[in-house]
Write a protein that binds this ligand. Sequence first.
Ligand code: UGA
Length: 449
Amino acid sequence: MKLTFIGTGYVGLVSGVCFSEIGNDVTCLDKDLAKIGRLNGGEVPIYEPGLQELIAKNKALGRLRFTGDLSSSIRSAEAIFICVGTPSLPSGEANLAFIEQAARDIALEMNGYKIIATKSTVPVGTNDKIRQIVAQLTQHPFDVVSIPEFLREGSAIADTLHPDRIIIGSDSPDAAAKLAELHRPLTERIMLTDVRSAEMIKYASNAFLATKISFINEIANICEKVGADVTDVAKGMGHDRRIGPSFLQAGIGYGGSCFPKDTNALIQIAGNVDYEFKLLKSVVEVNQGQRFNIMTKLRHSLGELGGKRIGIWGLAFKPDTDDVRESPALDIIGALLAEGAEVQAYDPVATANFRAIFGQADEVRWCEDALDAARSADALCLLTDWPAFKALALPEVQAVMRQNVLIDGRNVYTSEQVNEAELRYYSVGRPHVGGLSPSASEPVAGYER
Ligand code: UGA
């Protein structure tokens, strides 16, 4: 099928590349001509394992191209996927300016029947608005379909090529059937529904996953006080098939460009129809507090933080990505600097992006490797669970530190690893894992937010 993807962000770029991989003729369109130039030069603007290779392969096969040429991209396509950003407005609501512009662009260039499919995450009712905008500007026939995207950064290609499900929301059986056919090589689990339900499925899914994370983080906080181990609790819960084991990893909370934005947007969507989404409001509040438990643990172990040297491992909001949007590291480093601590930070790939958002922050020393960030540190805080951090030998890390505090914000280390060194080890909801202190006799319990 001839497809055009508008927007070469995470969703548009990965989806476009994957649909070319399964044999479609794909055009990726973006207004950012510098980005198009970089893509055409073989450079990939995001860090996503495997993406560069797939782009090179499908470009060489002639079924993938990048362009800023709106007119030919729309005219040549049978289906056009809107994959532009929907950033948060100060109110929490999604900003639909890019979506509306894409709808106008399509309407003014289309030359016959088109399927207009929305992959961007948009509030309920947005696709109806897209339909109105297009209908006002063209006489050509078209159908609007909501086809939400569920890929995760870091595993975006596998998620796109092997999705758990495809949701197609449309009031046109023909358009839905064509898109179902397009997705059939990826999965048989294709669900057809109406447009508004498809829009809601996306928000409800992200909100539910965020709820699982905040739930297990609260359980972890209670585990610290009662002397239970949250990893065992999560495992025991996860064996119940009604609960399932995924997204029950306690830590310093979720970040990224999706959960924070989409939870706030859903609270706002509910508010717009006079419904107070109390549960989701608590999920957001718990998540925001969770990252600051790192500060509490630092104070518990070191006392006043002014003048203390703190090493930070991990700036990305999760491993296998260079994305730092809404990363807990932004708040934690900000709080450390505000308390007068000296910060030295390392991330395998995200440092440049972090500095672009955080500011140059001359008081932070940006390190070349993990050991460099540990050098002469009073405490180390692991904020992102990059596999490379888990593989480090903790006695070697301790040997270069000034004091011996390790705060593991992602529960990466096992008892065995921790006990190889003589560290004062803090994790999230695992008070007995090991290390010198806190111990059962001096439980982490009693932390105050
Ligand atoms: C998320 C969803 O998982 C995707 O299905 C969705 O398509 C995407 O948002 C989106 O709406 O575009 P993503 O933000 O890439 O994907 O990352 P996740 O793997 O879901 O992780 C989000 C955050 O939750 C990370 O900060 C991660 O560290 C945290 N997390 C995840 C936990 O703290 N505990 C867990 O058990 C799982």
